[in-house]
Write a protein that binds this ligand. Structure first.
Ligand code: ADP
Ligand code: MG
Length: 405
């Protein structure tokens, strides 16, 4: 089929598994080490900017864990911002039920636990209803009830399968929040319960993926989270891996389309090694190559159009929500040489003195940074420094600053 020959092998889009997942060997190795723990001392936090590849790496870790004998449960917590403690319990049990609902509960186990749920006589498996009944029948606080339920579930799993343990994997986990004003502490609940069951030797491991705000948030909820998690910070791909991410998918496709070294170099530079941008630029470049065959158009020319498309598709919406004064501040930040890594309010005040007739004052900057953090454009790390929460935002600003002001 002619059209299949030119099917584009690149996949820009949240959570879309690339045809070729470049690099990430160190991160996978780190995860394998966690799988080898006999008692769980370390859980995993997988963190990084939007579009850096957290979701697809998480999807890649799943089969590794399963091949190693673990059960894997979990979901995406994008909608979790309003979860209460009871909702979190339902969430955890519903996720568990997917892998446990076929597992039988031995009568002796039922007796030993003293579990008197309805329909006791029927042969029982570990369905959501059974777990929810057990949860409801256990006295105490939400955390006591949940611990007892997990304890019971793990005993059944251990007795009836040869699973090494259960991994609870949650993507977009930065959405899980304690809400003291509502007296709801779902995040602390999860941390308390997993710390406690792990202390008692149960191999139930947490794997949380999320934006850079995730880990500070965990530590703020419970200081012991600092020691409970191994933090893997996903960064841009290095030059070698970037090249592979560009070249390998085309090699697999039967189109005969090839990117010249020139193109590869340009895409490497323009993408900054960020996976989403690599996929985006490559998809456009591939289409352009297919349609301009023989025209021998230089990518440099097309790249201006492609970058404009990226600006419209990816950045413009976020930029549109920023006030004029915030834009002015962000333009100053974008002129800092290290802006795509990190910066301090002090750096910005100094730079604004160079650049502006009416420079920003320190108190001003701190206040505006706080609101830019709330708006999801920046985040503050644990050392009080700031970074853009959107990859290559600095470059976008330099490209577009002034055009639309
Ligand atoms: N290691 C990689 N190699 C090639 N492409 C990748 C890699 N990691 C991610 N991508 C691509 O980058 C984009 C963003 O990935 P995603 O996992 O959704 O990022 P995140 O969850 O961090 O926002 C997707 O289009 C995905 O195919
Ligand atoms: Mg994601």
């Amino acid at each position: 089929m002619a059209h299949a020959r030119y099917a584009n092998p690149f996949r820009p889009g949240a959570g879309h598994m690339p045809l070729y997942l470049a690099g990430r060997e160190i991160e996978k190795e780190e995860f394998r080490r966690l799988l080898d723990q006999s008692a769980i001392l370390d859980n995993l936090v997988l963190t990084g900017l939007r579009g850096v590849g957290k979701t697809v790496l998480l999807d890649t870790l799943k089969p590794l864990a399963i091949a190693d004998g673990w059960l894997w449960v979990g979901t995406d917590l994008t909608e979790a911002a309003s979860l209460s403690e009871e909702n979190v319990v339902v969430r955890l049990l519903a996720d568990l039920a997917v892998v446990t609902s076929g597992i039988e509960i031995a009568r002796e186990t039922i007796k030993k636990i003293g579990f008197q749920a309805r329909g006791e006589r029927a042969a029982k498996t570990l369905t959501f209803d059974v777990m929810a009944d057990l949860y409801a029948a256990t006295p105490g606080l939400v955390s006591d009830k949940l611990k007892a339920t997990l304890d019971f579930v793990w005993q059944c799993v251990r007795n009836h399968t040869d699973a090494k343990g259960i991994i609870f994997a949650y993507d977009e986990a930065q959405n899980l929040s304690d809400k003291s004003e509502k007296n709801e502490f779902p995040l602390s609940l999860v941390l308390d319960v997993f710390q406690s069951v792990q202390k008692r030797g149960m191999p139930l491991m947490l794997v949380l993926a999320g934006l850079p705000t995730l880990f500070p948030k965990l530590v703020e909820a419970r200081t012991f989270a600092e020691r409970m998690f191994r933090v893997v910070f996903l960064d841009r791909l290095d030059e070698h891996d970037t090249r592979e991410a560009i070249v390998k998918p085309i090699g697999h496709a039967p189109s005969g389309v090839r990117f010249t070294d020139d193109w590869i170099e340009t895409i490497t530079q323009e993408s900054g090694g960020y996976p989403y941008f690599i996929q985006f630029l490559c998809r456009e470049a591939f289409d352009s190559a297919v349609q301009n065959r023989g025209a021998a158009r230089k990518l440099a020319a097309s790249m201006r159009d492609i970058t404009r498309k990226l600006d419209t598709d990816f950045f413009a919406g976020r930029w549109a929500r920023v006030t004029d004064r915030q834009r002015e501040l962000l333009i100053v930040v974008a002129h800092l040489p290290d802006c795509d890594r990190e910066f301090t309010p002090h750096d910005v005040v100094a730079k604004s003195k160079e650049m502006l007739a009416k420079p920003f004052r320190a108190s001003n900057v701190s206040q505006m940074f706080a609101s830019l953090c709330d708006a999801g454009l920046m985040y503050r790390n644990r050392h009080g420094r700031y970074s853009f929460a959107i990859p290559l935002l600095g470059r976008f600003i330099l490209r577009n600053a002034g055009l639309d002001a």
